[in-house]
Design a protein around this ligand. Structure first.
Ligand SMILES: Nc1nc2c(ncn2[C@@H]2O[C@H](COP(=O)(O)OP(=O)(O)OP(=O)(O)O)[C@@H](O)[C@H]2O)c(=O)[nH]1
Ligand SMILES: [Mg+2]
Length: 193
């Protein structure tokens, strides 16, 4: 997809701060440091529009990025970050849950997992949560530039089995380094708006 226009619209921690429900939204979730903000930058072809960091816990609010005046990509804070206090983690949980369960214009969610490892318990919980609410989901296994090509089938098998991906959802291998999978992710997004 060609990107003509991106705007970082706003950051929100609760429903009163979300943008008015004009455009469809696609959210990105996953463990801290898995590469959510990097995926957004790859999709919109900007190097560091969404702020990324090698230190986990960079994204701490729901960040709404408006693309081509057509949709919002919503960067969600990462889960499973051990250094965040229990209280803070509970607040994050509430913020993410509120967004995912109440947002009418949410059309789909992209859950990122690290293609180098089996999905974690947190990943499994997250996927079960969105499946329960029947939110259309694309699983993206990222950092595939770090996985040898002859292991890619194994990544597909392990991620599919661990998450028990159901038939209405899809899995896409991806790399923000090489941009592998970018068009396929856009295709899924466009099919779900
Ligand atoms: N090799 C490689 N590194 C990646 C890839 N995607 C992200 N990274 C690196 O992983 C680190 C974390 O990336 P972010 O995009 O900030 O991760 P995030 O999921 O937004 O993290 P939080 O905001 O903390 O939840 C950075 O150092 C990125 O450069 C990828 O596809 N390949
Ligand atoms: Mg981030």
């Amino acid at each position: 997809m060609q990107i003509n226009d991106v705007k970082m619209d706003l950051s929100a921690v609760s429903a009163t701060q979300y943008p008015k429900e004009g455009l469809p939204e696609i959210a990105l979730a996953g463990r801290s440091n898995v590469g959510k903000s990097s995926l957004i930058n790859t999709l919109i072809q900007r190097k560091s529009f969404a702020r990324t960091s090698s230190t986990p816990g960079k994204t701490q609010t729901l960040n709404f990025y408006e693309v081509n005046q057509k949709l919002y990509l919503v960067d969600v804070p990462g889960y499973g970050y051990a250094k965040v206090s229990k209280k803070r983690r509970a607040e994050f949980g509430t913020m993410i849950e509120e967004y995912l369960t109440t947002r009418k214009v949410l059309k789909g969610i992209i859950i990122l997992v690290d293609g180098r490892h089996a999905p974690s318990e947190d990943d499994v919980s997250m996927y079960q949560f969105v499946s329960y609410y029947k939110i259309p989901t694309l699983i993206v296994a990222t950092k595939m530039d770090k996985v040898k090509k002859n292991q890619w089938n194994k990544t597909v098998a392990v991620v599919t089995k661990t998450l028990q991906i159901n038939q209405r959802d899809q899995l896409q291998l991806f790399s923000s380094e090489t941009k592998f999978g970018r068009e396929k992710v856009w295709q899924w997004i466009n099919e779900h708006l």
